[in-house]
Design a binder for this molecule. Sequence first.
Ligand code: NAD
Length: 377
Amino acid sequence: AFRLASNFMPWRKPELLEGKNSLNKVPKLLSNKGIDRVLVVTDKGITSLGLIDGLLKGLEDSDIEYVLYDQTIPNPTIDNIEEALEQYKAANCQGIIAFGGGSPMDCAKGVGARLARPKKSIPQMKGELKIRKKIPPLIAVPTTAGTGSEATVVAVVSNSKTHEKYAINDMSLIPHYAVLDPLLTMQLPPHITSTTGIDALTHAIEAYIGKSNTSETIAYCEEAVKLIFDNLYEAYTNGSNIDARKNMQRAAYLAGMAFTRAYVGYVHAIAHTLGGFYGVPHGLANAIILPYVLTYYGKSVHKPLAELADIAGIGESADSIEQKAAMFIEAIKDLNQKMNIPAKVTGIIDSDIPLMVERAFKEANPLYPVPQILSRK
Ligand code: NAD
């Protein structure tokens, strides 16, 4: 339904500000648009690092007033959105800057959604195309290289009471501007660099193997997969390599552009369930699950995985498509292992599993092959 409806609505791309110090252009951008009061949405990790100080000083120097909401938690909740919304309204803001990883960006999108449709609650906007009205100007400044939220129609939110984690999808949630400044990811610790990087890889692979590809999304996926295999391990081991950081930022953006048009599949359905039940960080959940689900997709994905292997320079010695696909999956496992990503999720409570399975199946996209180990009874 989303695909059909979206065909009648224009796809937007965020306007990009790219490169070292591109963040410094934000105050002028706001002034040029006549905006002099903004809500800045971020999280405590970022404020405690001082990563946001340059932006805040730039706003002050340009006489732009701001209110700062820094209580966003990983897997942001409806409560986060409502608190930030109150601050926006109390200060009579005219726009939003989302500064952080996917969590602050999605929290900011949630605020935008509530402002566009004040009579609808967040749960009422769950699913597809429940907003269809412009949100205030939204500038997304990613500080992780993973989610691609700076380019997507999605806000993923969690309900802290029911443990549900779900998506709100609407064209209006595509940020108006995305700032890809590699200096902002230089301090990203290795364990977040790795898991968010594999999150971007998951987006690119899932978008590629689904049935909603177009020549545009295929090109985004291919470039993203190559960039990730060429740069993620370097960014992990040598975080101060600005080229590796820049390339990972671009990969995450491209993978976001791809999956928001061509969707994600079972890896994400399971990862969201783990996030909702146990707060497993999204990138970590995807990274652990990805090789398993790709294996269980079986022969239905051998051809696309072999194509991606060629692009990433993996499996040149393979004798068959099947073998090349297997080598691609092995390369993901190796990369995970080299970056100390565990092979299993721990702490799952057996009695939670039936409800988790139900929720994952409910979310799973019908345009994907069904992993062979799974069957609907
Ligand atoms: P995150 O935003 O939750 O951040 C993780 C941690 O990294 C936080 O503690 C944060 O303080 C820290 N951090 C962020 N940038 C940093 C930096 N530069 N230096 C040091 N520390 C830094 O992590 P994420 O993986 O970017 O986002 C995850 C969320 O995004 C999940 O809720 C997930 O479901 C959602 N998501 C959204 C989309 C979308 O299109 N909207 C896509 C994928 C995932």
